[in-house]
Design a protein around this ligand. Sequence first.
Ligand code: ASP
Length: 409
Amino acid sequence: MLWAMLAGIAIGLALSPHGLAVVPDKTAAAVSDWLALPGVLFLALIKMIVIPLVVSSITLAITESRSMDALKSNGLLIGGYFVGTTTVAVIIGIGLAEFIQPGNYIDPSAMLTEEAVSRRGSIPDVGGNGFNIPELIAGILPGNPLKSAVDFNMLHMVIASILGGIAILALPKKKTKPITDLLQAVLDISMQIVFWAMAIAPLAVFGFLSSLAIQVGPDTLIALSAYVGTVLSGLFLVLIMYGSIVFFIAGRSPREFFKDIRDAQILAFSTSSSAATMPLSLEVAEQNLKIKPEVSRFVIPLGTTVNMDGTAIYQIIAGLFLAQVFGLELDFAKTVLLSVTIVGASIGSPGSPGVGLVILATILSNIGVSPEGIAMILAVDRLLDMCRTTINVTGDLTASAVMNKWMKV
Ligand code: ASP
């Protein structure tokens, strides 16, 4: 995987019109489509099984609990851990954005349309977080699970699986055996398809990175370097937090840990999708980290959907950066409101490419940042998406190492 990644970047830069440009632009564009093909096939294969995999693995993990009480205490442990680490990530993000003040390094007139600049600072603050909380809570339940599956609504599928699992646990084993046998078969079949997909994973990594390196130019990256630098420093600090958690709480060597999970990180980096990486994360957790399957099959699919520290820290930094560029004063109360909304949103976001930015756009329009602001950071979002997805996946694997110790299964 590592070689595929390096080769992909090198070949992409050699072909890119912004790089060595060894071939004409048109040829580079055509080659880029072909190079990306194995990656597209890989993603289609994973997409095909991701819903059955999530449903079967979460439901079975719950039904394998010793008792309702054990399930309750394990659920509280995991929930507390996820919310706790995401909150710390957001606090780190606020500290960095306030300290570095990336918004002050940028000349808005160079990046924004004139009209947007003239509205700078005078954008009305609509106040409130714009979300109707009761509606939001009611929307968490999948009224129509089949529709949720068709729409790839991962949060709905996770909640349906948890509820189904608890119901199975509440009934006598004899009654539910047919469905648990069926789910076990679904899980095994999905893992078999994952196994095949993994055979082309290095090619997918190579293809994604080479076609990306062909397309991306360095210009916008330089203009927004203060912002990009702040986000990357934030992600790096979260990585250090994970290393400390692995050492102090899980009692493992961070060096070994990061070595063991490298393949999952590389796949996350190239696909920008925690959901597409989930099957490999599961394998890495069980094969390399030797996490008990009862733990990994619960923590990894759940974490993929609800635990996104990389996305959360990215969103808070981007939000504060844009507020600085637009000259918006965010007082303490508004910053807290923004943070709470982001922690909540990171739980509800699916692990797909680019969704962090889309959700951020909704949140930000509520604090008065106009769409032009979002357009400005869009130019560098792909790179940041790759990096935050790597952190999201690392966070899930860190959680599985901690829960392997904490959870009583
Ligand atoms: N791409 C991220 C993920 O899959 C989500 C995001 O856009 O922040 O984890």
